[in-house]
Design a protein around this ligand. Structure first.
Ligand SMILES: Cc1cc2nc3c(=O)[nH]c(=O)nc-3n(C[C@H](O)[C@H](O)[C@H](O)COP(=O)(O)O)c2cc1C
Length: 209
């Protein structure tokens, strides 16, 4: 996938493998790259297995349920070293980095853990995890520790669902009602094709009900 920063944008809606529980999709949908649903917030997925740490980036991720707290991530190729480590360790970390770390995010998402020790190369400092062994990145303003619950196959892609077993956040990043305080943190957004941006705080609008 050299030269293609987000292989996730290749459509993965080909025929399902059987254990997804879905039915009826024949795999005739659109293919190739489509970015209409962007901007998205790219996150750094971390893993550790037998002392080796690794990190990749995914733009395709979400909370799936809040009670129980579960998190899903989409990995577009089983070649991913992070994916292979997650399968072995049954754990992964979700790290939220600010706009100021766009270059690091792009570097982590365009290099392969099989070829390079990204923690060494990018000098990544870590914090102690609480419930797992996943690396919690020092540069993250928030991070979740997840234990793998299930893996679903969609063509070459894998949807990994984890239970969130611990949460980390810098103090002071949340404002009223628990939402991110945009005066304290500058979330990172991704438009596709190596284009990063930050939300414009001046457009923040509260809609009273
Ligand atoms: C902004 C950005 C978003 C990305 N989103 C995804 C994604 O959603 N799913 C995916 O599998 N790969 C995605 N990638 C690509 C992986 O991070 C990339 O293939 C990485 O090199 C895998 O590393 P590994 O082999 O060490 O696991 C993204 C890359 C970037 C830069």
């Amino acid at each position: 996938m050299a030269g293609t920063p987000d292989p996730s944008c290749h459509s993965d809606n080909a025929a399902h493998s059987g254990h997804s529980g879905h039915s009826g999709h024949s795999g005739h949908g659109p293919r190739g790259k489509f970015y209409h649903q962007y901007p998205k917030m790219p996150v750094v997925i971390t893993a550790q297995h037998e002392g080796r740490k690794n990190a990749m980036v995914v733009a395709r991720h979400t909370v799936v349920s809040s009670d129980p707290a579960t998190y899903g991530i989409s990995i577009s190729s089983t070649d991913s070293f992070t994916y292979q480590m997650i399968l072995k360790s049954r754990e992964f970390g979700v790290n939220f980095l600010p706009f100021e770390q766009a270059a690091l995010v792009d570097a982590l998402g365009s290099s392969k853990g099989r070829d390079v020790d990204k923690f060494q190369k990018f000098n990544l400092a870590v914090k102690q995890p609480e419930q797992t062994s996943v690396p919690i990145l020092d540069v993250a303003y928030a991070a979740y520790e997840c234990k793998l619950l299930s893996e679903t196959e969609y063509g070459r892609s894998r949807w990994l669902l984890g239970e969130i077993v611990a949460m980390h956040a810098l103090p002071g990043i949340r404002a009223e009602e628990g939402v991110l305080d945009m005066g304290q943190v500058n979330p990172l957004l991704y438009l596709g094709e190596q284009r990063y941006l930050a939300p414009d705080k001046d457009t923040l609008k509260y809609v009273p009900r």
